[in-house]
Design a protein around this ligand. Structure first.
Ligand code: AMP
Ligand code: MG
Length: 394
């Protein structure tokens, strides 16, 4: 059985960032820039006031002086092209263009207004309360680098430059294919022997969270139907994630059907708990295929460890950024892996202390739902209470 790290290495070996596409700025959140971004305009684009007050000549606006207020005023918006005359002040508001001849803005709190004059109570210095053209960004300046993550503030920065679209790597299309005669969709009553299909919505939203575009379809345990559903998936998807039917049961048809469809199996079975029957292959036309065990916890763990990194790599994250974030937690209880495979347990990490969340069986989705991390134990490892253990946040 293949080791986890070797399995991941083989999966990621051939994966590079996907094709570049320009998307509207607001849709680029959490994606990776595919190109450097250069400033297009000076910011601010013109000298303007940072206060509500009066545009003045600083030499005339010293403590105690009286200045006549011009009949004209300049608000934010169209630049009226005003000129400040000797001995006058022009009423001005935040964001408004500075009139020709003014070299400072005195805040309205620093004057006493009586009729058409102001008396200066607190003098200004040259340049005070003026935001200079290009004082923040100059046209031609590099603002963001290829590989940068798009955040709300970077989106704001590019918008302030008049940039409406950015180049990112296309979100991969990921088709989830669930299998099993016992499964029905949530929303209808259960008949004896049936269970609800929880993997489809769970994995589809795992795809969304990883940054891909997810869709789900289902096939009953019938080779012909499975073949049709998978063929349809290969035709349109970048990745196909099959859940269930990859084990050794007589009604586990996935391997046989993939083989008939010409898929080359990279490997089947890995040295990991949960997740032993995990399968990885490639369709001749390039689609990567993952076969996850059907039990929801096993499906979640193998998705997180092996599929999520592929989606993140396609989006342009570096290999070091594709895995779940690893932090250390102090074990809140003794943790023991009696088995000979690495074991990912479901944990709740709180204030640096990690405890197991409920029953650890691989069908137990309630415990999984309460967890916020996977706790990884090496084969036969025992962690004493208080000792540190790696936790992978999700
Ligand atoms: P399999 O890998 O097909 O042998 O399935 C292993 C276990 O997971 C069985 O108990 C299945 O009923 C269950 N299972 C398979 N697929 C799903 C699914 N989509 N949602 C919930 N449970 C599932
Ligand atoms: Mg099954």
């Amino acid at each position: 059985m293949l080791e986890e790290s070797e399995a991941l290495r083989r999966i990621l070996e051939t994966v590079t960032p996907g094709p570049v596409t320009w998307v509207p700025l607001e849709l680029s959140l959490d994606q990776i820039l595919a190109q450097d971004m250069i400033g297009l305009v000076d910011s601010p684009p013109f000298d303007n006031s940072s206060m509500d007050g009066y545009a003045v000549r600083s030499s005339e606006a010293q403590s105690g002086s009286t200045i006549r207020v011009s009949a004209e005023e300049q608000a934010a918006g169209a630049d009226l092209g005003l000129t400040l005359r000797q001995g006058e002040a022009i009423r001005i508001f935040t964001g408004a263009s500075i009139p020709e001849g003014a070299d400072a803005v005195i805040m309205q709190e620093d004057v006493k207004r009586t009729g058409e004059t102001i008396i200066i109570t607190e003098g200004v210095e040259i340049g005070e309360n003026i935001r200079r053209r290009g004082g923040d960004v100059c046209a031609g300046q590099k603002l963001l680098w290829r590989g940068d993550l798009m955040t709300p503030t970077r989106i704001g920065l590019l918008a302030s430059q008049g940039i409406a679209e950015v180049p990112v790597h296309t979100r991969p299309l990921v088709q989830i294919v669930t299998t099993g005669d016992e499964l029905v969709d949530p929303g209808v009553p259960l008949l004896p022997g049936e269970i609800y299909n929880s993997n489809a919505p769970m994995l589809q939203t795992c795809v969304t969270r990883a940054g891909g575009t997810g869709a789900a379809s289902h096939a009953f345990d019938d080779p012909k139907e499975l073949s049709d559903v998978l063929s349809a998936a290969f035709a349109v998807s970048d990745l196909v994630v099959i859940a269930g039917g990859v084990s050794v049961g007589e009604r586990d048809y996935v391997k046989e059907v993939l083989n008939d469809l010409g898929v080359k199996t990279g490997f089947w079975r890995i040295c990991l708990k949960p997740g032993k029957p995990f399968l990885y292959g490639r369709h001749p036309e390039g689609t990567a295929i993952f076969g996850l065990p059907g039990n929801p916890v096993s499906a979640f763990v193998t998705f997180s460890v092996f599929v999520r990194p592929v989606i993140r790599r396609l989006l342009g994250f570096t290999e070091g950024e594709t895995g779940l974030e690893e932090v250390r937690g102090a074990a809140g209880e003794e943790l023991r892996n009696k088995g000979d495979r690495p074991h990912y347990l479901r944990g709740v990490l709180e204030n640096g202390v990690v405890r197991l969340s409920g029953t650890q069986q691989s069908h137990a989705i309630f415990g999984l739902s309460k967890a916020n991390c996977l706790v990884r134990l090496d084969p036969e490892q025992v962690i004493a209470e208080g000792d540190s253990v790696p936790c992978f946040l999700f």
